[in-house]
Design a protein around this ligand. Structure first.
Ligand SMILES: *Cc1c(COP(=O)(O)O)cnc(C)c1O
Length: 359
């Protein structure tokens, strides 16, 4: 068989190691996974109730338009119902954007390091991927602008950026948007927006009114805690939503996921509690990193990008042996903020690797 040439050497996405695998391989009883930015506090109790109430509906196809969720989310966000598109995770919205806007002969501009799904999808579609190095962990918007040309159809702005945790302030984003050509789509991926504390974070949904070439991506996988169910959404002008709907599969968000997202959205108190607990967890992690004297970026998210001098793959392996799963990047590690106890365990493992007690 002859596959498409450009997919043959595509890297296969490596998810964070599953807890059960690590337990089995290493014979450990307790393993902490702080690798995929999941919510350590789970999801609102209303979510489970909502799912159980729907278990008789399994033979029926889901509502392909997500009408109930659409209506609730539109009023919550104060946007039009026709300005929303739902996906099987926001990962799927990324795929829809790429399907609808990129092809061979076009290009797309993104930061590096950033969320890897943009590049993979663009490569599958045959577009040229232009990567612009971050400066001190932040998008270099001027350098990105300089790389945009007539063939640039999509620019990716991950805000705050995964894996570095840093955000772009509203003022800087506006200056950028003012210079991006009208025919280039700007994707603002805000998967962590609910964790952001800074007042300077862009009010992106307001920006949609002025800039017709923006799509804002958000997800129920992070603070809402239902990553397993896969619900993400995009907010954009109707014209963009229309294009995405043309390449979308008819029943892309399943019924239980729609009901769960609806229940999760209704419990903003849970969201707020998680946000506060995360802020405390960040402070806990920073304090230990400061003591260890290891460099890191101060995060607007539920993860921290840490840049120890030691090889990151080695740190990953050593921490794994102690039952702590984190994420290794070429020059850094990324740890998700967990519960207080999980953070404690993670920090103890990190400390033992970076500053082993002298004999
Ligand atoms: C986790 C994450 C997503 C994907 O979320 P899903 O809705 O679970 O597909 C998208 N973008 C960024 C930056 C993320 O970190």
């Amino acid at each position: 068989m002859i596959p498409k040439t450009r997919i043959v050497n595509l890297p296969v996405y490596e998810p964070g190691k599953p807890i059960e695998d690590v337990k089995r391989e290493l014979g450990l009883t307790e393993v902490v996974k702080l690798a995929s930015n999941e919510n350590p506090f789970g999801s609102s109790p209303r979510v489970k109730e909502a799912i159980v109430a729907e278990l008789d509906q399994l033979p029926i196809y889901p509502d392909g338009a997500c009408l109930e969720l659409r209506s609730a989310l539109a009023s919550f966000l104060k946007v039009g119902e026709q300005e929303l598109v739902f996906g099987n995770g926001s990962d799927e919205i990324v795929m829809l954007i790429v399907r609808a806007y990129l092809e061979a002969g076009t290009n797309t501009v993104m930061a590096t390091p950033t969320f890897s799904v943009y590049k993979t999808n663009a490569t599958i579609e045959g577009a040229e991927v232009i990567e612009v190095p971050c400066v001190n962990g932040a998008h270099d918007l001027d350098a990105m602008l300089a790389r945009i040309n007539d063939q640039t159809r999509v620019v990716w702005v991950c805000n705050p950026n995964n894996p570095t945790g840093l955000m772009i302030e509203e003022e800087k984003l506006i200056r950028f948007l003012d210079q991006v050509p009208d025919q280039t789509l700007v994707v603002l991926d805000e998967a962590y927006v609910e964790y952001v504390k800074s007042e300077a974070f862009p009010k992106s949904l307001d920006l949609l009114k002025k800039y017709k070439n923006i799509i804002v991506l958000r997800t129920f996988s992070k603070i809402y805690g239902i990553a397993a169910l896969r619900v993400g959404y995009g907010v954009a002008a109707e014209d963009i939503i229309d294009k995405l709907n043309r390449v979308r599969e008819p029943f892309n968000v399943n019924h239980l996921a729609q009901k769960a997202a609806l229940a999760a959205l209704a419990d903003q108190e849970f969201v707020l509690q998680c946000k506060e607990a995360n802020a405390e967890g960040l402070a806990q992690v920073y304090a230990e990193l400061d003591t260890l004297g290891v460099p890191y970026y101060r995060s607007e998210t539920n993860f921290v990008y840490i840049m120890p001098e030691r090889d990151s793959k080695e740190i990953f392996q050593e921490m794994l042996k102690q039952g702590v799963i984190i994420r290794a990047f070429p020059q850094a590690i990324r740890v998700t903020i967990g519960s207080k106890e999980q953070n404690k365990k993670m920090l103890a493992a990190l400390k033992s690797v970076l500053a082993p007690a002298r004999m």
